[in-house]
Structure formats: structure tokens, C-alpha cells
Ligand binder design. Structure first.
Ligand code: SAM
Length: 239
């Protein structure tokens, strides 16, 4: 539906399949959260044109909020059919403050952001983490990240180079974020090279993953993280 030659992104078949594997893991973690909290809020930041809400098809008890820049939201409205149920599409920068007030803080909240953290500056990422963990009573953060080696090697990521984008925020130590909010705990770190089904990638991708998985430093370039949080005022923290 978009009049654009997508070969210009420079993405390889393996790169595209790798992104689908990453998305599937984040879908699985989101669905696990919703199975435990059927009346939760899903805050899906930097949704782009991702059809996560259609893939997961949450029950009507779930409040789902997709967020991206206003111009992306405008395009999304023309291309992606809205799901039925308690759904909102918000046009805003995730680094702005005001719009958070529009999402009620009355439920456990899973905040999913795929392909976003590395585009932010660290101070903006930190403020984002502190804002959501400070606002919602409890929940999870599910997202992917790059290490500093990944940030240094960003010119090798063809779609990023072709888009003229710049990557900034690296996470080398997932525990560092725990110090940003009392009640934030890292519960899962999955390397991209260890994602299920990487052995089904096209041969070039399979070889690349095999080499990266065996090379210290390189195997941690891209990871998917799951954090749990609860309000710092929760009784469990004795406040
Ligand atoms: C690499 S794409 C990922 C899109 C989608 N999450 C996916 O995985 O298909 C990055 C997305 O982040 C969005 N984005 C980047 N910075 C943002 C910000 N400050 N506020 C809102 N969206 C942002 C972009 O508009 C884009 O849709």
C-alpha cells in the first residue's frame, strides 16, 4: 500500500527474519503478562506500523495504547485497521511528558518498546524508564537494546545507515537500570543470537549468528530485556 521500493532500506532476508524473531519473543512476553493480568494496560511505545495489537488480539478487558510520533500515527491510521476493544493510538514523542497523563494509572501496565531504546539518548531513556515506573502501580518493561559495541558498529547496520538515522543509547549492564527506580528488577536478558529458531534463518544469517554467538563482545551486541517494577511506595518496599 506504500509506493516505495523497500529494497532501498538495504535490509537482508536474514535481517528481516531476525526482526520477526525478536518481535515474536516480545509478543510472547506481552501475552504472558496479559495471561497473568487480564485487566492490564499495554503501553506500546514507538509502535510504528507494527501489528502487535492485531497479532496478540487482547481480550476486551485489556486497555491497549499505541504511541508514536504524530506523523507516524497519521500514516498508521491510513494503513493499519484499528482493532476492536479498548484501543487508543496516541501521536506524541515518548520523551515528552504531557501525554502520559492521558493514560490512566489504575492497572498493572506492561510497557513494550521494540526498536526504540537505541534511538534515544541515554538521559531520555532514563527519564522514560523513571516516568513509567513512577506513574504505574506495577508492571513490566519489555524492550530490546544495543551494547556500546553495537552503537560503535552502527554503520554496519544497513537499514539504519540507509535511513540516515543515528543510534545513541547503549546498555552494557542491564542491572544499571535497577538503580533508576526502587522496585525495578531485571528478570530476563535474552541475546539476539540465542533467540529460538535462529537455526532456521537463511544460510548467511545462520552463519552470522553462529560466528557472533562464539565471539565475546559480539554476542551481547543486541539483547531483549524483561524488567518487573512496582511502585516505590508499595508495602513490599517498606515505605
Ligand atoms: C525501528 S522503528 C520500530 C517500529 C516498531 N516498534 C517495530 O518494531 O516495528 C522505530 C520507531 O520508533 C519511533 N520513535 C523514535 N523515537 C521516538 C520518540 N521520541 N517518540 C515516539 N516514537 C519514536 C519511530 O517513529 C519509529 O516508528
Amino acid at each position: 500500500m506504500i509506493d516505495y521500493d523497500f529494497r532501498r532500506t538495504g535490509i537482508s532476508r536474514s535481517g528481516a527474519a531476525g526482526i520477526a524473531l525478536r518481535a515474536r519473543t516480545l509478543d510472547g512476553w506481552t501475552a504472558e503478562f496479559l495471561a497473568e493480568h487480564p485487566t492490564a494496560t499495554v503501553l506500546h511505545l514507538a509502535c510504528g506500523l507494527d501489528s502487535r495489537v492485531l497479532r496478540i488480539a487482547p481480550p476486551p478487558t485489556v486497555r491497549w495504547v499505541d504511541v508514536d510520533y504524530p506523523e507516524v500515527v497519521e500514516l498508521r491510521e491510513r494503513l493499519v485497521p484499528p482493532p476492536s476493544g479498548d484501543y487508543r493510538l496516541l501521536g506524541a514523542s515518548v520523551t515528552d511528558e504531557g501525554w502520559y497523563e492521558e493514560v490512566p494509572a489504575d492497572r498493572p501496565t506492561v510497557v513494550v518498546f521494540e526498536g526504540l531504546s537505541m534511538y534515544l539518548r541515554k538521559e531520555d531513556g532514563k527519564r522514560l524508564v523513571q516516568r513509567v515506573t513512577g506513574r504505574f502501580p506495577s508492571g513490566q518493561l519489555l524492550f530490546d537494546s544495543f551494547s556500546s559495541l553495537g552503537i560503535r558498529l552502527q554503520k554496519l547496520v544497513t537499514p539504519v545507515r540507509h535511513a540516515g538515522a543515528r543510534l545513541h543509547w547503549a546498555i552494557d549492564d542491564p542491572d544499571e537500570l535497577e538503580g533508576w527506580h526502587r522496585g525495578l528488577r531485571c528478570v530476563d536478558v535474552l541475546r539476539a543470537v540465542d533467540l529460538p529458531d535462529t537455526d532456521r534463518l537463511p544460510p548467511a544469517g545462520k552463519l552470522g549468528m553462529w560466528v557472533m554467538a562464539r565471539t565475546p563482545g559480539w554476542r551481547d551486541i543486541s539483547r531483549i530485556m524483561r524488567y518487573e517494577f512496582r511502585s516505590a511506595r508499595s508495602p513490599r518496599h517498606g515505605v
